[in-house]
Design a protein around this ligand. Structure first.
Ligand code: FAD
Length: 364
């Protein structure tokens, strides 16, 4: 017996989920999406991400990121064409940022973080290694993902496993049922529409909101990757850099602006981001300040923020069709991608077992 599964969404969540589901012969997977890798659109978060791996979850909710790291590490080591490389990450903290209204990615700045035993080479930095104005910091081995390459690589892996991708825009989640390439109605719908889940009929999740991130992509190179706990401007302005592999340029960030839907990059914010970066790391521009930066593009993306945290959960439509949700990853969609996709596979397997199906099938 096979299950026709329609995954709605082709961001990192949809593609990773489809990839893991397609590893079993029991699942015949179709992806439908308004936007696909190659598109740059304000409704499509995935291409705008840096993306790196700086854990943001609390210890209690660390499952998704904890389970993603081993697979991201394996791909980095074994699959160079996926567009991921190892980069040292440095996090600089200011005590005053720990006191005031906090950034949602706070656990990253913990002095005793859960991820020190997960990410390699973790160490606290000595005072001599800290930039002026910072009270402490840490360093570990992380990765940076060239998202333009990696999303395409995921598409290729899905196609290799028999997944069929189609463009479609749906206004109610029940419409997804009719898009399986098998020709029969879908047995299971997987919802990975990110911020789209706020307005998609049948989901309309009011806990969803955009967390706008403005970035600048430059040709200049800079490593290690830097992140600080705060900026003099205060929230929503933050400061981070990450150098993408394979000529992907270096991302300068940024902002974490919850509730802001603006798609056009703000030139004043852009100037402040560039100024902060060249002040903290003058070497990126050869000491020439902002004039030494070679800009590829300015951009803004909307992280799919969910007030109550990510939703990896199953339910049923009115007509009894099974639905599994995987959305609301805010700023950690890549670094939680395999953990969350694995969560979806577990929920799909639970549905199959309830239907009396044996889970012992030949893997592809
Ligand atoms: P999306 O990528 O938004 O994909 C949603 C998909 O659903 C799209 O294909 C869309 O077309 C489709 N869709 C939606 N509605 C409909 C509909 N009605 N009909 C058909 N299709 C529909 N994450 C990290 O892990 N590390 C980082 O360093 C990082 N940095 C970031 C920096 C910035 C500036 C931004 C903006 C994000 C960053 N993120 C980072 C977060 C990460 O990008 C997101 O968490 C992730 O991309 C969310 O992926 P998604 O697949 O859930 O959603």
């Amino acid at each position: 017996m096979t299950n026709a599964i329609v995954v709605v969404g082709a961001g990192v969540s949809g593609l990773t989920t489809a990839l893991l589901l397609s590893k079993s012969n029991a699942n015949v997977v179709t992806i439908i999406a308004k936007h696909m890798p190659g598109d740059y659109d304000i409704e499509y978060a995935s291409p705008w991400a840096g993306a790196n791996f700086l854990p943001m979850s609390t210890r209690e909710n660390s499952r998704w990121e904890r389970r993603t790291w081993p697979e991201i590490k394996r791909i980095t080591e074994e699959v160079p064409e996926a567009g991921i490389h190892f980069q040292t990450a440095r996090i600089f903290r200011r005590d005053k940022d720990m006191e005031g209204p906090s950034c949602p990615s706070d656990p990253m700045f913990d002095h005793d973080p859960w991820f020190q035993s997960v990410l390699p080479d973790y160490k606290e930095l000595d005072a001599a290694s800290l930039p002026a104005g910072h009270d402490s910091g840490c360093e570990f081995t992380s990765v940076c993902i060239n998202t333009a390459m990696y999303l395409q690589w995921l598409v290729g892996q899905c196609i290799k496993n028999g997944v069929v991708l189609k463009r479609a825009v749906i206004s109610h989640i029940r419409e997804a049922k009719n898009y399986s390439h098998t020709g029969k109605p879908a047995d299971i719908i997987v919802n990975t529409t990110g911020l789209g889940s706020l307005k998609l009929g049948g989901v309309e999740d009011q806990a969803m909101a955009p967390s706008r991130g403005q970035i600048i992509l430059v040709r200049n190179e800079l490593h290690p990757m830097i992140t600080t706990s705060g900026t003099e401007e205060g929230l929503p302005e933050i400061l981070y850099t990450m150098q993408r592999p394979a000529g992907g340029g270096t991302i300068l960030g940024g902002t974490y602006d919850i509730g802001n839907w603006e798609s056009v990059p703000d030139p004043n914010i852009a100037l402040r981001i560039m100024r902060r970066v060249v002040e903290l790391c003058p070497e990126i521009a050869g000491g020439k300040g902002i004039d030494g930066l070679s800009v590829i593009r300015h951009g803004a993306g909307l992280r799919p923020y969910r007030k109550t945290g990510v939703r990896v959960e199953r339910g049923k439509l009115d007509d009894g069709t099974h639905i599994v949700h995987n959305y609301g990853h805010a700023g950690w969609g890549y670094q939680g991608s395999y953990g969350c996709a694995e969560g979806v596979v577990e929920l799909v397997n639970a549905i199959r077992e309830e239907n009396g199906e044996s889970l012992v099938t030949e893997p592809k």
